[in-house]
Design a protein around this ligand. Sequence first.
Ligand code: ATP
Ligand code: MG
Length: 593
Amino acid sequence: MKQFEALSGSERAALLQKAEEPSQLERELLASNQLLQALTEVQTGFIHGRPISQLFDTLLSILLKLTASEYGFIGEVRRTAEGKPFLKTHAITNVAWTQELREFYAREAPRGLEFHNLKTLFGTVLTTGEPVVSNSPSVDPRRAGIPEGHPPLRAFLGLPFHANQEMIGMVGVANRPGGYDENIIQFLAPFLATCGSLLVGLRSEQQRRRAEQEVWRSEANFRALIEQCPDAILIHRKGQVVFANTTAVKLLGVSRPEELQGQPIASLVEPGEEKALTQLSSASAPSEVRIRHREGRQILAEVVTVLLEFYGEPATVCLARDITERRQLQERFLLNERMASLGAMAAGVAHEINTPLAYMLSNLNYVSEELQALAGAGGSLSGDHSREILDALAETIVGSNRVRDIVSNLKLFSRVDNEKHGLVQLHPLLDSCVKMAWSEIKHRARLVKSYGPVPPVQANESRLGQVFLNLIVNAAQAMPEEGGDSAEIRISTWHEEGAVVVSIQDTGKGIPEEHLGKVFDPFFTTKPMGVGTGLGLSICHGIITALGGRITLESKVGRGTTFQIFLPTTVPPPAEEERRGRDQGVNSYSPPG
Ligand SMILES: Nc1ncnc2c1ncn2[C@@H]1O[C@H](COP(=O)(O)OP(=O)(O)OP(=O)(O)O)[C@@H](O)[C@H]1O
Ligand SMILES: [Mg+2]
């Protein structure tokens, strides 16, 4: 070997250049360093949650660079329903050679392209599970040929990658100058392992996302179901509301579900009834509870209470159904039934009593008149003796008249339907009822009429008069004997959507709460023997409901009572000028006769 000094200038330059060039070993070391660095970067990206599609793109560009390839892909092995493998790409070089294909790539590649032709070089990898090296593809019998315009294929390397001994994907690269060899295959082993773990990661992420979507869908369905449920649903935990659906919001009279959140569950029902919302029950044995509406009224509800998990924690779920109307209907139906059977009995009794009563009364009157005539003519009856007899007779006549009144009331039970109906003007009818009741009213209270413009209603006039008369007499009888200045009975009328309302209000003693549910019952009376039969309000109720109307009652002990009668009408109210007697005090009113 020549000494360096002995070399010519060009020989020295060549030697120096060679010394600067990395050796084969150095190049290999450099490449595997680059590979490991790139793989570490991808793995860190995976741990930090970078989108997996991006990581596959990075892997593909590393692969192309390190293998000096022109184009390539990384894909997943999938199977058709028949079990035939096909390739779905996760990263692919855009080699589109026409505008149409470029658009296709741009649209489809991010979602993955599918390749099903197995009689190809990549297909051979899929079917054999082995690496495929083809450095002269133009004469390789395994290839299928490339479409016209596709960049030329001068060399191909296809490598499968595995997870748990199963081939789950493959990489393919093309056109390395000088072709591919065993060294490259060995060099790419860590790369393939990374592709494998990334794909496993992707699959489990997809699975988790699918499971999450499933849970979300079923939770969304569940929520939609409870939101739309026609029954009220209240969910509470540790005694406080955590959820209320739309029906519950309506039932409780609030405007938004948030207003209920955090509310103590006991505050939503009448005191002492919260057990129905906390003790578990079943659909076959619901409990009844009185719910407090925001406006103060009570709602009767049927409640089923169950334990469920709500947002991962146990909670009590109450399903409440408003049965107020159903119960009222039931009660009205029962009352009607009772009235009907009572009616049959009353008709019989009335008929039986009426006939003897008629001749008893006429005989009594006859005897009374005769005795008076005798006493006046100075007959054998005279002085104290005659007065006693006459008093006794007068009392008997009063008593018999009372029996006649009771009988005529009883008779009303027996005829409900076959009466003449017509358009009844309410104000003249109310005026005549006031006249009839005047002897009851005059010592006790001032009478105020507050008549509004109301249209006539379809009814039987005398039946309707009976209702008003009973209400006015009840009002008068609720006043103390000498009512004083504040004692007032107010009769008001007005018209509202499809109904005429007659209100009879008094400032009398009021009705105790425990009696409110009973006053419409037949024979319920608090009046002394001989004063009330207790039939008045039940008859009123029967008459008004038969007309398709309703009767309501509000009362406060010591403050007074208001009865309101709603009668349906389709006739519009008369014009304002026709109003009469509005707010007219009539305590000076004196009935004729
Ligand atoms: N305006 C009122 N104020 C106070 N209590 C009333 C009033 N109206 C009715 N009541 C109560 O309701 C009960 C039943 O009334 P209802 O008209 O049915 O029978 P009554 O008046 O007792 O007897 P009848 O009407 O047969 O003479 C009354 O006894 C009374 O206790
Ligand atoms: Mg009465």
